[in-house]
Design a protein around this ligand. Structure first.
Ligand code: PHE
Length: 462
């Protein structure tokens, strides 16, 4: 056994528990909360979808989050190596490390479209800042969005800026880069969101929005809606993508995994619900469509910003906030790969961040062209009976969020609750036995069963 005092990561540690909480919350809170959660809620009918999503967060997301942090802290290395270390400690096959590789691949793939969407947000900071939406009709706003989306050069330019900022922050390391960035960006983001919710509460659509988000109508929840809610609960907590294992690797030994995980999940959920409360009142009070899809916040919101009092200021703040939220997630999405390159090669952090960034950049072109020339990169595929049709971007988004993440979460649940020795997990989780047993049973039975059921249901098998 290693001496606990000496266990530290090669990449350094968070300077405090609070620094870790900010970074993990920063990773969790991102485009998923502000861009994706509102539009998928709109597409899947509101209340019942939201409630099912909350159920997934609490009963699957939180326990899986705790498992990932536990693995990371015990292993103190990049995800696949940490898992291998734990497998050896429990005397089981080291091939379980495949979970780590799957996660890192998923995170990396997510980043390739994440930077493009974040690039949209950055472009909208400029547009909103220049008051470009002032008094425009819905059609005019729509054509601004279409013009941006169909211009590959603009998309590449904006997403490259996001990627560059990400690379610079990650290149600077855990304390000087990641920690410092999130400690400014997260509080600012929260403050801006609260201001916008305050504005939305004064609009005529507020009550309807509350009703839409919180009154479940179970007949509206379809099998595919349930799969999307499950996938999103993993996506929004940054699970099964190597990230929480990586951030756990930098966690000081004394910090409570239970308390910090609950805090991160609570903050993430609170911010997603706040984003819903910021966005839907504006959508409803302007007679716009809740189910508008990925363009929801880029098309419908600017229409409202163009009409409403202080729309220029609120609109600019909104997109600034979105960029902040996206950046604190983007840095986490690249961190595991950078840590891996540093551990396995002679590269410095800066070289590793540059190489990883350039690879992401190349792959992001697939998403860029999916938006600008969708015909050129569209296809249809049949995966185990799930018919997928659409562009490369839609395909990537679907596969990563709805298949790879839940599958990763399932494997993590099996690995920690069935394969690892109880002494190991109990030693890291360090809580009283009732809570530990609750966690273990959720991971042993509920999480695998629920994920499998939702999968089978979506495939039409049951
Ligand atoms: N959780 C982030 C968000 O909600 C995105 C993300 C997904 C980050 C998966 C890491 C891994 O935007």
């Amino acid at each position: 056994m290693q001496n606990k005092q000496e266990r530290t990561s090669l990449h350094g540690l968070w300077s405090s528990r609070w620094a870790y909480i900010l970074a993990a919350t920063g990773s969790a809170v991102g485009l998923g909360n502000i861009w994706k959660f509102p539009y998928i809620t709109g597409e899947h009918g509101g209340g019942a979808f939201v409630l099912f999503y909350l159920f997934c967060i609490l009963l699957i997301g939180v326990p899986v989050l705790m498992a990932e942090v536990l693995i990371g802290r015990r292993g103190r290395r990049m995800p696949a190596s940490s898992i291998q270390h734990l497998a050896i400690e429990s005397k089981v096959s080291k091939h379980w490390s495949v979970i780590g590789w799957l996660g890192m691949t998923t995170g990396f793939l997510i980043l390739t479209f994440y930077v493009v969407i974040a690039g949209w947000a950055l472009a909208y900071v400029k547009l909103a800042g220049l008051d470009s939406f002032h008094q425009l009709s819905a059609q005019q706003v729509d054509s601004i969005f279409s013009a941006l989306s169909s211009d590959p050069v603009a998309l590449i330019a904006w997403s490259s800026i996001i990627l560059l900022i990400t690379m610079v922050i990650v290149g600077r390391g855990v304390q000087h880069g990641l920690e410092r960035a999130v400690s400014y960006l997260m509080p600012m983001m929260f403050f801006i969101l609260v201001i916008i919710v305050g504005y939305s509460m004064s609009t005529s659509g507020f009550e309807r929005a509350v009703d839409f988000l919180f009154t479940p109508n179970w007949s509206e929840l379809t099998a595919s809606g349930a799969l999307v809610a499950l996938g999103h609960s993993c996506f929004t907590l940054s699970l099964a993508s190597g990230i929480m294992m990586m951030y756990g690797a930098y966690l000081p030994n004394k910090t409570s995994i239970v308390k910090t995980s609950l805090f991160v999940a609570f903050a993430d959920t609170f911010i997603a619900l706040l984003a819903g409360l910021a966005i839907f009142p504006i959508v409803f009070s302007n007679g716009l469509e809740a189910g508008a899809g990925p363009g929801l916040i880029f098309v419908t919101l600017p229409i409202a910003f163009g009409q409403m009092p202080f729309g220029h200021e609120v609109g600019t703040l909104f997109f600034v906030m979105l960029v902040f939220a996206a950046l604190t997630s983007a840095i986490s999405l690249i961190e595991a790969v950078v840590a891996w390159l540093v551990e396995r090669t002679t590269m410095t952090r800066i070289q590793a961040a540059t190489l990883a960034g350039l690879t992401v950049w190349l792959l992001s072109l697939g998403t860029v062209f999916s938006l600008s020339t969708p015909e050129a990169v569209s296809f249809s595929l049949d995966i185990l009976g799930l018919e997928l049709q659409g562009t490369f971007f839609e395909f990537l988004d679907y596969i990563t969020a709805n298949i790879m993440l839940p599958l990763g979460a399932l494997l993590i649940a099996v690995f920690t609750a069935w394969i690892l020795k109880s002494e190991v997990t109990a030693d890291e989780i360090k809580t009283h036995s009732l809570l530990y047993m609750t966690w273990k049973n959720l991971m042993r039975y509920l999480a695998p069963a629920a994920i499998t059921l939702v999968f089978l249901n979506a495939l039409g098998v049951i």
